[in-house]
Design a protein around this ligand. Structure first.
Ligand code: SDX
Length: 384
């Protein structure tokens, strides 16, 4: 079969519906609005687990025993610091660069400090992967501080993963409620099937490129507004609408202009995203504390969108309420997607390791619809 001929199968644009790999890491039941990590339902993990335990579960396939969790958490704390050059780099670009661009470059730069950065064997993949899980909060925290015009804060090795991230990013140690909400936000973002950024990581590692390259690909992919970039835009959209009574007119204008309503719709979920349900509770908690109208406006958007598009399977997704929570926790909108990446790093690493254990180079086809040729070459002097 010639590469660009397409005799037998139709084109699956965006690989929609195409099964590209087997996995044991996680499962999205789109029709039922359920999400599982290694067989555990996201609602159970959000209520009862913590991010370190969920990260271990995604990587190793089982809930850790106490000693295993203690060892893993200790390893994450011990590997959470960064080379001084990274902090200098973040200070030099962090104030004027979009945090997702700074994160993409900073993570790639990290590989320069690893003498085995390009080694691709399973041990090095796991070593680098865990190192990156450990360092993401420090990277994103430092980027947020610099972007906010503040001094960088180094990790406090007495704090857990989510609390340390909150501390490094905001300068304050979280209270128990803030710590639980931060931790749960990271848990619900930790993994999500063959989403675009995870797929990017797998395509990269399928060439036997290293883990730094795979995660850099994933971060670059997550940045887009159709994927991780939606959370920042969803909050800006909610705030731009202002009061609930403005929503109907604004939504009508947007949909008549063919604009996408950020934080709605999903390639897999055709019902309410279970993660959005979990995060909505926290957004409401903060709305009651703050008294601002954003949450009421968001609820009006949700009600009208579900009335109009619900039967077409368009419901709130993970990105719709997350921004309100992050803003209430003290984060700037431009850091919302890096927070998404901080949760997702464990899923990216787990799936990259899993795929490379049974590797197959990704190399789909494209149907050629151009000039069949061969065309006669006309020298430039003879072209009119
Ligand atoms: C994430 O894949 C994952 O798992 C991703 C993620 C993860 O955890 O990794 O869940 C995280 O990326 C969540 C999605 C965040 N993105 C957004 O909120 C951006 C807005 N949403 C859309 O652009 C859209 O819903 C997508 C991209 C998320 C999904 O798009 P699909 O599956 O390709 O659906 P589609 O673009 O083919 O839309 C089908 C129809 C279209 O109408 P028609 O052209 O057929 O008339 O639904 C309409 C779309 O116009 N539609 C929307 C809409 N989403 C779909 N219309 C208005 N607003 C929307 N948000």
């Amino acid at each position: 079969m010639n590469e660009e001929e397409n005799k037998d199968s139709e084109i699956n644009r965006g690989l929609e519906g195409v099964i590209a790999a087997e996995t044991r890491v996680g499962y999205v039941k789109g029709d039922d609005g359920k999400l599982f990590y290694r067989g555990y339902e996201i609602t159970t993990l959000a209520d009862q687990s913590n991010y370190e335990e969920v990260s271990y579960l995604l990587l190793y396939g089982h809930l850790p025993k106490r000693n295993e969790l203690e060892a893993y958490s200790k390893r994450l704390r011990n590997e959470s610091d960064l080379p001084e050059e990274l902090f200098s780099f973040i200070r030099s670009v962090g104030a004027k660069t979009h945090p997702m661009s700074a994160l993409r470059t900073a993570l790639s730069y990290l590989s320069s400090f690893d003498e085995n950065e390009s080694v691709n064997d399973p041990e090095d993949q796991e070593r680098i992967g865990i190192s990156l899980i450990a360092k993401m909060p420090t990277l994103v925290g430092a980027i947020h501080r610099t972007y906010s015009g503040k001094e960088i804060i180094r990790p406090d090795k007495n704090l857990g993963y989510a609390s340390n991230f909150f501390y490094m990013a905001t300068g304050a140690r979280p209270d128990p409620v803030e710590s639980k909400i931060m931790d749960t936000s990271l848990i619900v973002h930790a993994d999500h099937g063959m989403n675009a950024s995870t797929f990017s990581a797998l395509v990269t590692v399928s060439t036997m490129a290293d883990m730094y390259s795979a995660i850099t690909s994933a971060i670059a992919t997550l940045k887009g507004p159709l994927h991780g970039g939606a959370n920042e835009r969803a909050l800006k959209m909610i705030k731009s609408m202002g009061k609930p009574e403005n929503v109907e007119k604004e939504l009508k204008r947007m949909t008549e202009n063919g604009e996408r309503v950020m934080g709605f719709g999903h390639r897999v979920y055709k019902v309410y995203d279970p993660r959005a349900k979990i995060l909505k509770r926290y957004a409401e908690y903060f709305a009651e504390r703050s008294g601002n109208e954003n949450f009421k406006t968001a609820e009006m958007i949700e009600e009208l969108m579900i009335n109009k598009y619900g039967e077409r399977g368009i419901f709130p997704n993970v990105d719709f309420y997350s921004g309100m929570i992050y803003e209430a926790l003290g984060f700037k909108p431009e850091i919302f997607t890096p927070i998404f990446a901080t949760g997702r790093i464990s899923g990216w690493v787990a799936r990259t390791i899993e795929y490379s254990r049974n590797n197959r180079l990704f190399r789909p086809k494209a149907e050629y619809v151009g000039e069949r040729g061969p065309l006669k070459y006309i020298p430039i002097q003879d072209r009119e």
